[in-house]
Design a protein around this ligand. Structure first.
Ligand code: ATP
Length: 364
C-alpha cells in the first residue's frame, strides 16, 4: 500500500513562497505527475514528500500514518534523482546491492548474501538490466543508467517512488522509449509513483493523475483527458496542449433571453437564459478549428490573416492573426494556403471553452 495524503503543505524560503497550502490525495498505485513551469514548486513539494526538506506548515501521511516529522530513511519512500546519483566506482550489481546492506527500517533485518543476490536478480530481470550487472555506471547508456537508478530504488520495495525529471538527461528518442518503459514498469509493480516534470507530453502519456501547479498552488487535478478536455483555467488551457489552445476575447451578454457571445468580428448564440454581462476569453484547441472551404460553415466563423504555414506531412498547421488575437489552426494536410492570405476559419460550439477574462477561471 502507498496512499499519500497531503494537507495544507507549505514551504517558504526567506519570504518566497515556493509551495502554498497544497491539499492533495494520491491513491495507492497511482502514477501522479506534478506538472508546471519552472519555479512553480514541483521539486520543493517532492522534496518535502521525500523528507529532504522540512515543511513550513502542513502534514503528510502515508496509508493514514503521519510521517511529517519522520526522517527520510524511515519513510518507506524511494527517490530517483535526475542525475541518477549512482556510485561511479561501484558496479551495477554493487549499486543495486547497496540499499540492501542497510538494515531494513521496519524489521531491523539485514538480508544475507544469497537473499540479496536473489532480490537483485529479480529486479534486474524486471528492468532488463541483468546483462549489465558487472559494468560500471560510466559504461552504460543514459537510458541504462536511468534503469539502474530505478532498480536501486526498487530493490527495497518502497511504498512509493518519487522521481524528479528522471528523463531530462536523455535524448528525444530515448525519452520516448523510457517513457513507455516507466509506464509498463508502473503497471507491472502497481506501486505509487509521484513524478515531477515540466513536460506536458510526459504527463499526458504516463500519468493516471495530473496535478497542474502554478506559483506554488494547485490549478487543477485530474486525469490527463480531464485536464485536456476541461481545463479549469486559462493557465491550464494554454500549458497543456501543443500548439496551445487559442484564446479570443469576447463579451458574454444576453439579448432577448438568449445568452450571446460577441467578439471583434464574430458572434454566436450560446444558450437560452440570462447572464450578468462579462468579458470572457473563449478557448478553442487548434484541432477543433478548421479552415473553411467554399460553402462550409462553422457555429463561429472568423477571418484570419495567415502569418505562417507548417507542413508536417500528415497535417498542416496554420498560424494567423484574427482581429485581436493570434490563432492557430491544425488540420488535414492542405497545400493551397499561403502566407498573407485571408482565410475563414470555423469552430463548433461543442468544442468551445469559456473563461472569465478577469479571473481566468472556466465557466462551468
Ligand atoms: P524547476 O522545474 O525549474 O526545477 P520547480 O517547479 O521544481 O522548478 P522549485 O525548485 O520547487 O520549482 O522552486 C520553487 C520556488 O522556490 C522558486 O521560486 C525557487 O527559486 C524557490 N526555491 C527553491 N529552493 C530554494 C532554496 N533552497 N532557497 C531559496 N529559494 C528556493
Amino acid at each position: 500500500m502507498g496512499a499519500i495524503s497531503i494537507t495544507g503543505l507549505a514551504r517558504s524560503f526567506k519570504g518566497t513562497v515556493a509551495v502554498d497550502a497544497v491539499d492533495l490525495e494520491i491513491a495507492d498505485g497511482e502514477f501522479c505527475v506534478l506538472l508546471g513551469p519552472s519555479g512553480c514548486g514541483k521539486t520543493t513539494l517532492l522534496r518535502m514528500l521525500a523528507g529532504l526538506l522540512e515543511p513550513t506548515a502542513g502534514a503528510i501521511a502515508i496509508d493514514g500514518v503521519d510521517i511529517t516529522d519522520r526522517p527520510s530513511k524511515d519513510r518507506d519512500i524511494a527517490m530517483v534523482f535526475q542525475s541518477y546519483a549512482l556510485y561511479p566506482h561501484l558496479s551495477v550489481y554493487r549499486n543495486l546491492e547497496f540499499p540492501l546492506t542497510q538494515a531494513h527500517k521496519h524489521t531491523g533485518v539485514t538480508l544475507d548474501k544469497a537473499q540479496r543476490r536473489a532480490r537483485i536478480e529479480e529486479v534486474a530481470a524486471a528492468l532488463d538490466i541483468g546483462h549489465l550487472l558487472d559494468r560500471l555506471p560510466k559504461a552504460l547508456s543514459g537510458g541504462q543508467r536511468q534503469r539502474v537508478a530505478v532498480g536501486r530504488a526498487l530493490v527495497r520495495e518502497p511504498k512509493a517512488f518519487l522521481m524528479d525529471e528522471p528523463l531530462s538527461n536523455l535524448d528525444a528518442a530515448l525519452r520516448t522509449q523510457t517513457r513507455q518503459e516507466l509506464s509498463a514498469l508502473h503497471q507491472r509493480l502497481g506501486a505509487t509513483f509521484v513524478y515531477v516534470t515540466h513536460d506536458q507530453v510526459e504527463a499526458m502519456t504516463m500519468a493516471t493523475k495530473i496535478v497542474v501547479l502554478n506559483k506554488g498552488r494547485i490549478e487543477q487535478v485530474g486525469t490527463p483527458l480531464d485536464v485536456y478536455d476541461r481545463p479549469a483555467s486559462t493557465f491550464v488551457a494554454t500549458f497543456i496542449g501543443s500548439p496551445a489552445m487559442n484564446l479570443l476575447p469576447a463579451r458574454i451578454t444576453d439579448i432577448d433571453g438568449v445568452v450571446r457571445l460577441i467578439g471583434a468580428d464574430f458572434a454566436a448564440d450560446l444558450w437560452d437564459g440570462r447572464v450578468d454581462e462579462f468579458e470572457a476569453l473563449i478557448g478553442a484547441r487548434p484541432e477543433h478549428m478548421r479552415v473553411l472551404g467554399h460553402g462550409e460553415r462553422g457555429d463561429i466563423e472568423l477571418a484570419i490573416q495567415v502569418a505562417s504555414v507548417e507542413q508536417l506531412g500528415h497535417e498542416t498547421i496554420v498560424y494567423g492573426k484574427a482581429a485581436d488575437a493570434d490563432v492557430c489552426v491544425r488540420g488535414a494536410r492542405t497545400g493551397d494556403i499561403r502566407v498573407g492570405d485571408i482565410v475563414r476559419v470555423g469552430l463548433d460550439l461543442a468544442h468551445l471553452h469559456i473563461f472569465d477574462a478577469a479571473t481566468g477561471r472556466r465557466l462551468e
